[in-house]
Write a protein that binds this ligand. Structure first.
Ligand code: NAD
Length: 487
């Protein structure tokens, strides 16, 4: 399964064995090397961008209906192959097989969503100050997109960029994360099978600081679509050597506010899901909880029960486990560091705090869902992105205090509110300085509506109609009309 993708690049509609050095890829649940990718050379990056450039005009000039049909074919092929693609993802990323399969099916859903958007690219006719002039505002695809993606959602984060670009009429060069490159290459196999024209989609692999950076600086790339950490996003913005369109989907440090009017059991269930799912390696993970003081103890006790009930396993052997391995040693080390920092500054460990015991966990990057209370904003768990299965809890007495605490962060990606009182809901949702606010649920991002961050969490949107407009330029055509002769 993976051996056929080893060292391969997908450029100009052909599979090539990369000429550069090799980077091993490990299964994070076992430490075994499952394959290796090519560190793409400068020539290979140039070839991928040139192929995307050559394919651009033909793809952009197709009727939306033809691009829509191609995306539907792609979505169909992906869902039909979901089991195999999920195995690839679990082997390189660690999440349990059922969850990986769910992600592949959501990628297929993105194909179908943007297939529908591709036939609805409208313009506007804008009245002018005089009746003899008319402004037509039309939309045109930007050109060649470089998509640079992280490892936590290896299919969806490629897919949102791929599908929206293709619907808009752009062509794309994808550079996936080094930890999870094979899912992206498996997507390229489906692109190939779907007979999407050569060069419309290309995949190069290799270290971000070399291959990603080469795309960022490439004069043939018109737009960077990046998802990853805020520090690399800022570096990319600073290191562009020419003006480019850019969307940056970056890190988060997401709060939940639970008021006294909340359905407590629902709040606990939602918090456990959004804090620990994918081992907390989610940009919209709940990192910190602010709970009305009278219900704090009950909330913490119930959250501990919910956390302890989550099953952990090697994602291949235990497809239905709630949690698998963390994707690498780095997020696990950061989780331990944030926990140690909180405990040193006076937090109390409620549950978790160590790796699960047993032979099956001995060689992988496993950690138990962990809760700390008695937190303050001096602690890293409350002020930085942990990107691991750790949540800090604090009480609040007044809603304005909860808002001040929740907004006390350079990030602005997602926030959560559990409250039944409508006045509380309105007060909180209008004051939370975040691109996404989920109320009485924890799915802050859905395919149908725009999803994006504020502040250091980024610029631009994915999902929804807005997600496609990120790949389009507006063109204003101002027309003067004369009365026809003889009228
Ligand atoms: P990262 O920033 O380290 O890497 C992301 C991608 O950038 C990788 O493909 C990497 O190879 C590449 N890269 C690294 N240096 C580069 C450079 N100099 N030039 C160009 N590309 C470069 O992030 P990560 O560790 O892979 O992912 C975790 C981060 O992603 C977290 O901060 C998380 O919050 C964020 N994230 C954000 C969202 C969102 O929607 N806002 C979604 C998922 C993940």
């Amino acid at each position: 399964m993976i051996s056929e993708l080893n060292g391969k690049l997908f450029i100009g509609g052909s599979w090539k064995v990369g000429a550069g050095g090799r980077v091993p890829v490990e299964n994070p649940a076992t430490g075994e090397v499952i394959g290796e990718i090519a560190a793409s050379t400068g020539e290979e990056v140039n070839a991928a961008v040139a192929a995307a450039r050559r394919a651009f005009r033909g793809w952009a000039d197709l009727p939306g209906r033809a691009r829509s049909a191609a995306l539907k074919r792609l979505g169909g092929l992906i869902s039909a192959d979901a089991d195999r693609m999920a195995r690839i993802m679990t082997m390189e990323q660690g999440k349990p097989l059922n969850e990986a399969r769910g992600e592949i099916l959501k990628l297929a859903e993105a194909c179908h969503f943007y297939a529908e958007e591709a036939v609805r690219v409208h313009g506007e006719i804008v009245p002018n100050d005089t009746t003899d002039h008319e402004s037509l505002v039309i939309r045109e695809p930007i050109g060649v997109v470089a998509a640079i993606t992280p490892w936590n959602y290896p299919a969806e984060l490629v897919g949102w960029k791929l599908c929206a670009s293709l619907a808009a009429g752009c062509t794309i060069v994808i550079k996936p994360a080094d930890l999870t490159p094979f899912t992206a290459l498996a997507i390229a196999q489906k692109v190939d099978e779907a007979k999407i024209p050569a060069g419309v989609v290309n995949v190069v692999t290799g270290p971000g600081s070399v291959v990603g950076q080469a795309l960022v600086e490439h004069p043939g790339v018109d737009k960077i679509a990046f998802t990853g950490s805020s520090s690399v996003g800022l570096h990319i913005q600073r290191s562009c050597t020419s003006v480019k369109r850019m969307s940056l989907e970056l890190g988060g440090n997401c709060p939940i506010i639970v008021t006294q009017s909340a359905n407590l059991d629902a709040a606990v269930k939602g918090t456990a899901r959004r804090s620990f799912r994918n081992m907390g390696q989610i940009c919209i993970a709940i990192n910190r909880a602010y709970v009305a003081r009278p219900i704090l103890d009950e909330f913490v006790a119930k959250l501990a029960v919910a956390a302890e009930a989550l099953t952990i396993g090697n994602g291949l052997d235990r497809p239905d486990a709630d949690l698998g391995a963390m994707a690498s040693a780095a997020p696990l080390a950061k989780t331990r560091e944030h926990l140690a920092d909180a405990l040193a500054k006076g937090a109390r460990l409620v549950t978790g705090g160590s790796a699960p015991e047993g032979d099956e966990f001995a060689r992988g990057h496993f950690f138990r869902p962990t809760i700390v209370t008695g937190c303050t904003h001096e602690m890293k768990v409350m002020s930085e992105e942990t990107f691991g299965p750790l949540i800090g809890v604090m009480p609040f007495d007044r809603l304005d205090e909860a808002i001040t605490l929740a907004n006390d962060t350079p990030y602005g990606l997602a926030s959560y509110v559990y409250a039944k009182d409508l006045d509380e809901v309105r007060y909180l949702t209008t004051r939370l300085d975040y691109g996404n606010v989920a109320v009485n649920n924890v799915d802050a991002g859905v395919m149908n509506a725009p999803y994006g961050g504020r502040k250091q969490s980024g610029v631009g949107y994915e999902h929804g109609r807005e997600g496609m407009l990120e790949y389009m330029n507006f063109k204003h055509i101002r027309v003067r009309h004369d009365l026809p002769q003889g009228s």
